[in-house]
Design a protein around this ligand. Structure first.
Ligand code: GAP
Length: 438
């Protein structure tokens, strides 16, 4: 149960997200649609930066993972083969009186938590969204919106293997939308019906599964640390037999200490040869691998790392949110890692005189090819700084009277609020080093 302080934090964050253009409820002018969210100007920058960090860590900084972007709509047989048609379901109960629907596990007793009415027996409810392809709406034209991106990787195993000249151990990474008709969405963007996943499937020799699951557990935890998430707010949770998905031999969640409790942000699973075996049987295409060197043929095991983009973003925001009192004044500051901050620097003329706006505009032009920056000349400088602190902008560059004499500006750091003088023509290099370390 969330306590008052935790609920306050969520309320404040949701309000900041709306007010400052991070996240809006979908179709708000029509009253909104439950559990769908739109990312505004700052939200989409933050989201893209998080995805970029993941994508680079998987496909650029290492040579054993290839990228993929598979379509959302897939052959319906894929979801039969994967087991989703038969078992991607939650038991749920309906209230006969108010018609509300609940997860059976959430309801204590036999009465509706909303109105006290009588509940139906628990029934299986498949979480996949269905639609139709082509002009005729019949069973033959039915397709699903993918509930995970992983299957797009499995069915492309051979397509990626040959052109990339990879061999196990190697991985395929993908970022994309997934859809689940969740019975109880909620907690802002934590559980929604349309969300994004960053999934990587690592294909290995079955004999090496213990080694690789340990390896990926560590790598993935390091990735959250690299985004600046506090270590004490992250932990592993190992699935016991009851929790294990039908396809998994071993599974760990990375959990975050949300205001509403410790919850999963990423799953790391040993899926064995389940996926490639099932697709081999159902498609008739041999998805085994022959190792020329060891003369061994095997169906690769898969170690999967499956992270939610939206949950990662929520974690970054929550972890970064601070309220502080500085010189008797309150400020709200998002201490986002500079790598993921939506805007990297604010550019300000101290006053709207003495050529300062013109010089500041030139600095804006100098920085724009390298960073997303924001020019602001209105109001007291302290207020301008605080507006950018609230959205996590890590640096402030101010043109003042000394600039007119020696071509230097003040560079203010968001967290320490310390200011140093930097030469204008060294700004790009200094900022690059501070943001990306090079
Ligand atoms: N391919 C494996 C798979 O999809 P999952 O544990 O069902 O595993 C992986 O999902 C991640 O996707 C979760 O850890 C979470 O971050 C994200 N996710 C799942 N359902 C979600 C939802 N309804 N809303 C937002 N994110 C979700």
């Amino acid at each position: 149960m969330a306590n008052k302080k935790s609920q306050d934090l969520m309320d404040k964050l949701v309000s900041l997200c709306k007010r400052r253009g991070f996240i809006f409820q979908s179709s708000e002018i029509y009253g909104g649609i439950n559990s769908c969210w739109d990312y505004g100007p700052l939200g989409v920058e933050l989201k893209n930066n998080i995805k970029q960090c993941w994508w680079k860590s998987m496909t650029q900084f290492r040579d054993d993972i290839e990228g993929l972007d598979a379509s959302i709509l897939m052959h319906p047989q894929v979801w039969v083969t994967s087991g989703h048609v038969a078992s991607f379901a939650d038991p749920m109960v309906d209230c006969k009186n108010c018609k509300m629907r609940f997860r059976a596990e959430e309801v204590q007793g036999t009465k509706c938590p909303n109105c006290g009415g009588e509940l139906t027996e628990a029934r299986q409810f498949n979480l996949m969204f269905k639609t139709h392809m082509g002009p005729v709406e019949d069973d033959a034209s039915m397709v699903y919106l993918r509930p995970e991106t992983a299957q797009g990787i499995y069915v492309n195993f051979l397509n990626v293997l040959s052109p990339s000249r990879q061999k196990p151990p190697f991985g395929i990474a993908q970022i994309g939308k997934a859809f689940r008709n969740e019975i109880s969405p909620g907690n802002f963007i934590f559980r929604s019906r349309e969300f994004e996943q960053m999934e990587m499937q690592f294909f290995i020799n079955p004999k090496e599964d213990d080694k690789w699951i340990e390896y990926w557990k560590e790598e993935r935890m390091k990735w959250y640390h690299s985004l600046g998430i506090k270590k004490e707010n992250l932990r592993f949770h190992q699935h016991d037999k009851k929790e294990l998905a039908f396809y998994a031999k071993m599974a760990f969640d990375i959990e975050y200490n949300f205001p509403f409790g410790w919850k999963e942000i990423e799953g790391i699973h040993n899926r064995t040869d389940y996926d490639l075996s099932r697709h081999t049987q159902a498609s008739g295409k041999d998805l085994s691998y022959y190792d020329d060197q060891t003369k061994e043929r095997y169906i690769p095991y898969i170690i999967e790392t499956s992270a939610g983009v939206d949950r990662s973003l929520l974690v970054c925001l929550l972890d970064a949110y601070h309220e502080e009192v500085v010189k008797d004044e309150e400020r709200t500051v998002l201490k986002l890692d500079p790598k993921i901050a939506p805007i990297k620097a604010g550019v300000y003329p101290l006053v709207k005189r003495e050529n300062m706006p013109e010089i500041a505009k030139k600095i804006e032009d100098l920085l724009r090819p390298h960073f997303k920056v924001f020019y602001d000349e209105g109001g007291a400088i302290g207020r301008r700084y605080r507006r950018q602190d609230e959205v996590g902008t890590p640096f402030g560059i101010t043109v003042d009277s000394q600039t007119l004499q020696d071509q230097t500006v003040t560079l203010r750091e968001r967290d320490s609020m310390e200011q140093v003088r930097v030469k204008i023509d060294e700004l790009v290099g200094v900022l690059k080093k501070k943001i990306w370390g090079n």
